[in-house]
Design a protein around this ligand. Structure first.
Ligand code: ADP
Length: 442
């Protein structure tokens, strides 16, 4: 291009020299130069006009060849034409990729929907029409909240915590259970994936019912066996010494079974019932005090130091019995896995994002590789360790379920040999008395 500029400049200089020469011959140098410059300017305007007209035509979608021209202007026209061609090819390539993506997503059974940054529908595949009843083009640019009207969906959508998927009944068929997963991308646009999990949900329900029913059926026989064993041991004088130890072992195992059945029934109850909408206002200090006293009594012989840090104004909305169960599970664990004389701290408070209840100990701690699996049913770090302490391996699964029912989360920080911290985090809207807590922060 620099070459072209130089050539054009040279051409202009030569033109001016010729004009000056003719001007000298005619005795009108100035007029000859001005006339030549005007001619040059007129030609430049003419070419610019052709260029403008051609670009306008191209913008209007009429694909024409560039205006014919030689020299500098010819090069400009050809350069622009080459750029235009390259751009058109790139658009065609992109369109082909888009067509392929749309074609392949149409064949998917998973519904895929893209939303713009206002939460309005932008694009979706065929499965979204089947699973959610979306209609093209009527629903395009509609807010997703107008089409999926479940309040659980709007909570999930607005909360923007999309790590766990959401289960909902399909808006078009009550017998279909859908799983929603949302991902944020670009400039706050969203991609929603929806899949039909009805068979999986049925299987899960069968499993829950089965565990619930079996535990229920086992409860009575175990209670009877336990009762007889207790009676036999209480009147043990008539029994020979050779019966005493086996009977004691039988009683120990019967108690373990009783504990397992009790925890399984509690878990199945937590899984199958919906949390009552009218919830109590639970004062955290009195709840933690009760748990601390109960722990002190049950683990009297361990001589732990139990510390309690909680402002008396902290009150949470929830089910007291469930919150007692969750927090006492954590404190009993701390007591079980902390050697005699250790320190157990129970504290509650708020920070900028949550209300927390924390149970920490300076006990044996847990190795890193177990932490992610601790809330699974029957998962134990060390079988011998927790059978000794009478554990069922269900405690933390119960804690997780109760926290979920209170929109909470369990956070575990632990180090072998140093101790553990179990933190229950609840959203701030669980606070029953926000005003007094604001005062607390001041
Ligand atoms: P368990 O009834 O066996 O105690 P949990 O579900 O309550 O079952 O806990 C799972 C496992 O996590 C336990 O077996 C134990 O090894 C470990 N664990 C729980 N809490 C603590 C703690 N505070 N310190 C050390 N280990 C713990």
């Amino acid at each position: 291009m620099l070459q072209d500029w130089r050539k054009e400049l040279r051409r202009l200089v030569i033109l001016m020299l010729v004009a000056a020469f003719i001007g000298v011959l005619a005795g009108q140098v100035a007029i000859a130069i001005i006339a030549t410059l005007l001619l040059y300017l007129a030609r430049t305007f003419y070419q610019l006009r052709r260029l403008d007209r051609w670009i306008n035509q191209s913008e209007a979608g009429v694909s024409t060849s560039p205006p014919e021209s030689v020299g500098f202007w010819g090069d400009i026209f050809d350069g622009i034409y080459r750029l235009q061609k390259r751009e058109r090819q790139a658009i065609q390539r992109l369109q082909a990729i888009l067509d392929k993506a749309q074609e392949s997503s149409a064949a998917l059974e998973v519904a895929i929907i893209t939303l713009d940054n206002d939460g309005a529908l932008d694009w979706w595949n065929d499965a979204a029409e089947t699973l959610l009843g979306l209609k093209y083009p009527t629903d395009r640019h509609q807010a997703i909240g107008n089409l999926v009207r479940d309040p659980k969906f709007s909570d999930y959508f607005n909360n923007e915590r999309y790590t766990d998927p959401l289960k909902l009944v399909s808006p078009v068929n009550k017998n279909i259970i859908l799983e929603f997963q949302i991902a944020l991308f670009g400039e706050r646009e969203r991609l929603i994936m929806v899949r039909d999990i009805t068979p999986l949900h049925r299987l899960e329900q069968m499993r829950t019912d089965f565990v619930g029913n079996v535990s229920h059926e086992l409860r009575t026989p175990i209670t009877v066996i336990s009762g007889y064993l207790e009676n036999l041991l209480e009147n043990g004088e008539d029994l020979g010494a050779k019966w005493k130890i086996p009977l004691q072992q039988m009683q120990q195992q019967a108690r373990r079974m009783e504990n397992i059945v009790r925890d399984l029934l509690l878990l199945s109850n937590l899984e199958t019932t919906v949390i009552t909408p009218q919830q109590e206002e639970v004062n955290l200090l009195s709840l933690l005090r009760e748990i601390s006293n109960d722990t002190g009594e049950v683990f009297q012989d361990r001589e732990h130091e139990l510390e309690l840090v909680c402002d008396s104004r902290l009150t949470v909305k929830g089910v007291r019995g469930e919150l007692y169960s969750a927090i006492s599970n954590l404190v009993f664990n701390a007591a079980k896995y902390t050697p005699r004389g250790g320190l157990i701290t129970l504290s509650a408070g708020t920070d900028t994002s949550c209300l927390f209840v924390e149970v920490s100990d300076n006990g044996i701690g847990i190795e890193e590789q177990h932490v992610a699996r601790l809330t699974e049913r029957f998962y134990r770090v060390d079988n011998s360790r927790s059978t000794d302490t009478g554990g069922t391996g269900l405690g933390l699964a119960i804690v997780k379920h109760i926290l979920m029912r209170h929109n909470g989360q369990l956070l575990i920080r632990t180090e072998p040999g140093k101790g553990s911290r179990f933190v229950c985090r609840f959203p701030l809207n669980r606070l029953a008395n926000q005003e007094s807590v604001d005062e607390l922060a001041e």
